[in-house]
Write a protein that binds this ligand. Structure first.
Ligand code: ATP
Ligand code: MG
Length: 408
């Protein structure tokens, strides 16, 4: 059962019990656009306790705010009672919730394109906010006065940029001005929530337009204090030169490509990213411009290739070289890629032909020299010079002899 089928089943059941039940918000927008919706939400006249008594498996995490999660096979469907919200105290949770009807429920939603309902049994669009016209004209517009709507929840400013990016819609002028006027208030929103929206913007193929909006509205400077105009200019070119399909860490590294690594790493702490994501971005920023020398030895190439995020570094480097406009450097990168391809399906980190114990048995004393010998053997192994333990042993014996380094 898909999420959509689960939502349909829930709507049918609620209708049968005499409640009004509609598909709501993002899924209606996406259905009209012929786009795959990420999830299907249901809005209903049934109150949370009524929803919970109708469906045997529910989660009541948001019941206080009128939201119940209905579990259906492997699906989770958000079923929310029609509600209006008043005065947000923390820029996130509404101060209080009043259960109302579909029309007021539409009014509490963020943008007109997100404020529509769909009546499945009647197969009818219910549009109290003129969302359909905005959808056709490709416009992101707040429901109600933009300044007031952003004041209730400043995250909506970033959501506007995200929807504009993902749908390739323009932000309606008065909505846009209100974002510019309130941009610095984005700091009232937690880093984690900012990061989710930024990911939606920067991981999208339309990321350059999204980043440009972040910069023009001054949201970028508010989120990352000190991020200046020159850095922004370079960010836009680098982002344009990245492949269409680029994940968040590489895109974010691209965004900070014009900044000193130390500054960039300090700024991204604001987003409270996971350790892996932070490591990923750090790897890209620290290693840009350092590697991928065309003349690297085979062993060096294999060691480099075995690095995590290698291909992201490759793409980052390519975008940087493209931006610098140096054709020779790009051609060199292409040759590295060819060379990697010609390696075929090789093992990048093979098991060493000889381990530390083997070397001690040969008469090497434990200590730094042993480490050096082991590394040299391993490099020769990666180069393909040494292929069997026997060859490696012979090689080690010669090495030890040459270095007059055997156990006394
Ligand atoms: P996506 O495809 O990214 O999931 P969505 O429109 O479904 O987009 P959600 O965050 O899943 O966005 O929210 C579902 C609906 O809830 C929205 O369409 C909107 O009507 C409403 N909504 C969500 N967040 C807010 C908010 N911060 N302020 C007002 N309404 C909101
Ligand atoms: Mg959604």
């Amino acid at each position: 059962m898909t999420n959509k089928q689960a939502a349909i089943k829930i709507v049918k059941r609620l209708s049968k019990e005499g409640f009004e039940a509609l598909l709501a918000g993002g899924c209606v927008r996406d259905m009209l656009l012929g786009r795959q919706a990420s999830d299907y939400d249901v809005a209903t006249s049934a109150k949370p306790d009524q929803i919970m008594s109708i469906f045997p498996r529910t989660l009541k995490v948001g019941a206080k705010f009128g939201v119940v999660i209905v579990l259906m096979e492997a699906n989770q469907v958000e079923v929310a009672t029609f509600r209006s919200e008043s005065a947000y105290s923390d820029g996130r949770h509404p101060g209080s919730v009043t259960f109302t009807d579909a029309a007021s429920d539409a009014g509490r939603r963020d943008f007109t394109i997100n404020g529509m309902f769909y009546d499945l049994p009647q197969q009818k669009l219910i549009d109290y906010v003129n969302g359909h016209a905005d959808l056709e004209n490709k416009i992101v517009r707040t429901i109600g006065k933009p300044g007031e709507r952003f004041e209730e929840d400043y995250l909506r400013m970033l959501r506007a940029v995200r929807f504009s990016t993902q749908l390739n819609f323009t932000i309606e002028p008065s909505t846009f001005s209100a974002i510019c006027e309130n941009a610095e208030k984005i700091t009232q929103i937690s880093g984690e929530r900012i990061a989710i929206e930024l990911e939606g913007i920067l991981a999208n193929p339309n990321r350059t337009n999204g980043a440009e909006l972040l910069i023009r509205t001054e949201l970028a400077g508010a989120i990352f204090p000190g991020f200046n105009k020159n850095q922004a200019k370079l960010a836009l070119v680098i982002l344009k030169n990245l492949p269409k399909k680029t994940d968040f860490p590489l895109a974010l590294a691209g965004f900070f490509a014009g900044c000193e690594t130390k500054f960039a790493l300090e700024k991204i702490t604001i987003l409270k990213l996971s350790r892996n994501q932070t490591k990923h971005i750090k790897f890209l920023l620290v290693n840009r411009g350092k590697w991928l020398d065309e003349d690297m030895s085979l062993a060096q190439l294999k060691i480099t290739l075995a690095e995590p995020y290698f291909w992201d570094l490759y793409e980052f480097e390519k975008a940087i070289r493209k931006t610098a406009g140096c054709r020779k450097d790009i051609a060199a990168l292409r040759r590295i890629r060819k060379r990697i391809k010609s390696l075929g399906d090789i093992e990048l980190k093979p098991k060493p032909l000889l381990n530390g114990n083997d070397l001690i048995k040969l008469g090497t004393a434990p200590g730094p020299k042993l480490g050096q010998l082991a590394q040299e053997i391993y490099i020769a192994q990666l180069e393909g010079t040494l292929q069997t333990p026997k060859q490696a042993r012979h090689w080690a014996e010669l090495w030890l002899h040459k270095h007059h380094f055997t156990e006394q």
